[in-house]
Design a protein around this ligand. Structure first.
Ligand code: SF4
Ligand code: SF4
Length: 361
């Protein structure tokens, strides 16, 4: 099974949109060991995602988890799969050597030249030059790593240039989402600017594709692939099923956003998962009332309980901001897909439909 280990509630940064309350709370060794055992308890693989706060503040716990996983793999024959989401500021050559050896997938939170608009150290200083250097180090040893962008209104004027910068730096996988939550305030003018920036990114994305250098940009790639597949894997909320977060004290929750809320607690790493509670929560997940008649509902992430709760306080209510963003990305992705298909059908099929049955492609 797949677990996300919140190794610490602390972080060395203070990003303007961060939804995590920083505390001097770390996971204990006993919780790490029990979490590893739980990850190996069901399924064909054991998946661990190292998360925080900033997980590299607790790199010792990461090494401990990996060592225990190796022993469990010998014992059970199951492989372990590792991921980490990090702000990158504490990456070292030594860590990357170890990460490379166990094929850890690393997502670097990095907003390119827009970085300092929101992503600052605790003392208020910018993090761009530090993370740029670490990004180069990361790409040298693990070129398939992701750059992960979270775009808040402050970063919008540099959004498109930042995507181009990350691409030039060497990232060929870029995930991006807009920032949500109480610390972020979107105006109509911001949404207009977002649209203009995404159009510029779309032109760049198409140009790269047509010169034989396609790159993954999640807002477009996910919508194009979901259309070809005929469904959106995120269409139904997977609260507590696909990837279960483990809080520093070992409690299991349905989703990262629900950590600390007893209503969404699903057991702990020592006693295991409360399956009855998990089923009850799954039955609560429903298509938002406002989306039931929408033609886009099978391509929209309207049922992400985590995001809905962050924005509206209710896991089954979608916010106007998210609805607006979903409509915008779907429309742009469709226009891009039409043009790319017309320009080079073979390359389009190879790029987007490789994993899709021929009859749907
Ligand atoms: S690096 Fe992540 S955890 Fe730390 S302040 Fe920024 S968003 Fe929050
Ligand atoms: S586009 Fe808006 S109304 Fe349609 S399914 Fe998505 S969130 Fe709901």
């Amino acid at each position: 099974m797949n677990l996300t280990l919140h190794l610490t509630e602390n972080c060395n940064m203070d990003c303007a949109y961060c939804v995590h309350e920083k505390k001097e709370v770390r996971m204990t060794e006993a919780v790490v060991d029990a979490a590893v055992d739980l990850a190996f308890s069901t399924g064909k693989t054991a998946g661990l995602c190292f998360f925080g706060g900033e997980p590299l503040l607790e790199s010792g716990l990461i090494y401990r988890a990996i060592r225990r996983c190796m022993l469990k793999t010998i014992e059970t024959g199951k492989p372990a799969l590792y991921k980490m989401t990090t702000n990158g500021t504490l990456l070292t050559e030594r860590f990357l050597e170890n990460a490379h050896a166990v094929r850890m997938g690393i997502g670097l939170s990095f907003e390119g030249i827009a970085q300092d608009a929101c992503r600052r150290f605790k003392d208020g200083s910018g993090s761009f030059s530090t993370v740029e250097e670490k990004a180069k180090m990361l790409l040298k040893s693990m070129p398939d790593s992701y750059a992960m962008m979270t775009i808040a209104p402050q970063a919008l004027p540099q959004y498109a240039e930042s995507v181009k910068y990350l691409r030039a730096l060497g990232f060929h996988r870029i995930t991006s989402t807009i920032a949500y939550g109480k610390r972020v305030h979107w105006t109509d003018a911001d949404l207009e600017l977002l649209k203009a920036q995404m159009q510029e990114i779309g032109e760049f994305y198409e140009a790269e594709f047509l010169r034989g250098k396609p790159f993954f940009f999640s807002p477009f790639d996910s919508k194009i692939r979901d259309f070809i597949r005929g469904f959106n894997p995120s269409e139904r909320c997977h609260l507590g099923f696909r990837q279960m977060p483990v809080a520093p004290d070992g409690s299991l929750y349905a989703c990262t956003q629900f950590i600390g809320d007893q209503d969404y607690k699903l057991g702990d790493v020592f006693r295991g998962i409360d399956r009855e509670r998990q089923q009850q929560l799954a039955m609560r997940a429903a298509t938002p009332e406002s989306c039931k008649e929408c033609a886009l509902r099978t391509r929209c992430t309207n049922s992400c309980g985590c995001m809905n709760r962050l924005e509206t306080g209710n896991e089954n209510n979608v916010s106007p901001l998210q609805c607006n963003y979903e409509r915008m990305t779907i429309a742009m992705a469709d226009e891009i897909a039409d043009r790319l298909f017309a320009a080079d059908e073979d390359a389009f099929r190879k790029r987007f439909a490789a994993d899709v049955p021929e009859k749907n492609a």
